[in-house]
Design a protein around this ligand. Structure first.
Ligand code: LRH
Ligand code: MN
Length: 438
């Protein structure tokens, strides 16, 4: 099977644009790096260890987030936004090039459907992009679809509709196998809008029976990621409504089934970092959809509303990683909707926020924290976290980007490249295209 020639030049930002912009900022960066190194050294932390660990962090990009998002009220298209999965991968490659953090994209089917997945895999590889978890979609009806998902999918009252949803998930696994993916994320909108509309135990039994068929079809080295969500599109009950239901399903299905935590899928003020700790404690934390929210499932940029919560989540992740002696490998992915920003800029900002939360969690003095906790020295225990969170780690993040060929200031560099304006000249503009959700 030769390389299928696709007449598209490797995308990305010309390296000289990055080199020029980094040269502009290098002296200030090196001064900041030395200052941070000295500060961390006083805490017996070697900044080089931190940067080395940071360079192992990888976060998957949401293909559906590469196009301007919207709400039920409106979507405001962006000139030069991607019009197909290939152009989405081109833009993902730009985020990876400038951030050095996002070498994989998570695709969603049928939104990213194409005719030749071997060619798509090669196109991805040519742009330095691999494929993270595959997302199935049984929360929308596609043109020509035989049975509607109006009243559910994997938990539907009628076996034929459940079978249709199972078949779709099996076809997603097949596509993922060709792309080199190693996981299937299953989020369903199944639920009810009225008390009495469904028998909630029956719906979960049907869901488990259906998902078992999907689970049994997983390749040996794959994971099934169960994504819970409190509400929407259903507004009274949701079949997989919370982490409790999710972990019970994952334990019922088997070792390859784990829970995916989408930060926006919880009631306001829920202690998400504790859910993360619990799922990790029982070996069922399989992955994340990072984003932020103030009210509902707002899918805002990671760290843009509540960066302290993102830090506390990574604090639990670092603690779980230490407990698991490094065997702990959750799939980090973003799931965001960029309604008023250039998706590339939002994803660059979000990648930086995620990296920042991770580095701040790495510099927590865990020995001191443990002894303050043992002594119930509440203030000093809390301040052990505050000190790390309040440390300006941007120079460490920039050094990791530089060492991966990225930009000291990704947004400034992206704007200096005029990438989006150039794409607006070559890509067709279709205001009705949309990213899938709207
Ligand atoms: C559901 C969800 C899920 C995706 C969809 C795009 O709200 O978080 O992860 O399938 O967004
Ligand atoms: Mn999600």
């Amino acid at each position: 099977m030769g390389f299928v020639a696709i007449d598209r030049p490797p995308a990305g930002i010309p390296q000289e644009v990055i080199a020029r912009d980094n040269a502009r900022l290098m002296d200030a960066h090196l001064a900041d790096y030395a200052a941070l190194a000295a500060r961390l050294d006083r805490q017996n932390i070697d900044i080089e260890d931190i940067v080395a660990k940071l360079m192992t962090l990888e976060v998957g990009l949401p293909s559906w987030g590469m196009v301007s998002g919207g709400t039920r009220f409106a979507r405001f298209p962006l000139a030069g936004e991607p019009t197909d999965v290939f152009e989405k991968i081109e833009d993902c490659a730009v985020v990876n090039q400038l951030s050095g953090l996002t070498p994989r994209v998570s695709l969603h089917f049928p939104w990213d459907q194409t005719s030749d997945y071997v060619a798509l895999r090669q196109f991805g590889e040519a742009h330095g992009m691999g494929f993270d978890a595959i997302n199935s979609n049984t929360f929308q009806d596609q043109a020509g679809q035989k049975r509607s998902y109006k009243f559910g999918s994997l938990s539907h009252s009628q076996a034929a509709t459940r079978r249709q949803a199972i078949e779709h998930n099996l076809s997603c696994i097949e596509i993922g196998r060709q792309l080199g993916s190693k996981a299937l994320t299953v989020w369903i909108g199944d639920g009810s809008n009225f008390p009495g509309q469904v028998e909630v135990t029956d719906t979960l039994e049907r869901y488990l029976e259906s998902l078992k068929v999907v689970y049994d079809a997983l390749p040996a080295d794959w994971r099934l990621l169960i994504e819970h969500k409190m509400y929407e599109p259903a507004f009274y009950s949701t079949v997989v409504q919370d982490w409790g239901t999710s972990i019970l399903c994952a334990q019922t299905l088997g070792d390859k089934a784990q829970c995916l935590v989408d930060l926006g899928h919880h009631a306001p003020n829920v202690n998400i970092e504790m859910i993360v700790a619990r799922l990790a404690q029982f070996g069922k934390l399989g992955g994340f959809h990072f984003n932020d929210s103030k009210y509902g499932d707002d899918d805002l940029d990671s760290g843009s509303v509540n960066p302290f919560q993102l830090f506390l989540v990574f604090n639990e992740l670092v603690s779980a990683d230490i407990r698991s002696k490094g065997k702990f490998k959750p799939a980090y992915m973003m799931d965001q909707s960029h309604n008023v920003t250039d998706p590339i800029e939002s994803l660059l900002n979000s990648a930086r926020a995620i990296a920042g939360a991770y580095v701040k969690a790495l510099i927590v003095d865990r020995a001191a924290l443990k002894s303050y906790q043992a002594d119930n020295d509440v203030i000093m225990a809390h301040n052990s976290l505050r000190l790390a969170f309040e440390t300006d780690v941007r120079a460490a993040l920039a050094m990791a980007r530089i060492r991966k060929g990225g930009a000291i200031d990704p947004i400034a560099c992206y704007r200096a490249s005029s990438y989006r304006a150039l794409k607006a000249e070559t890509r067709k503009f279709d205001p009705h295209l949309g990213g899938g959700i709207v």
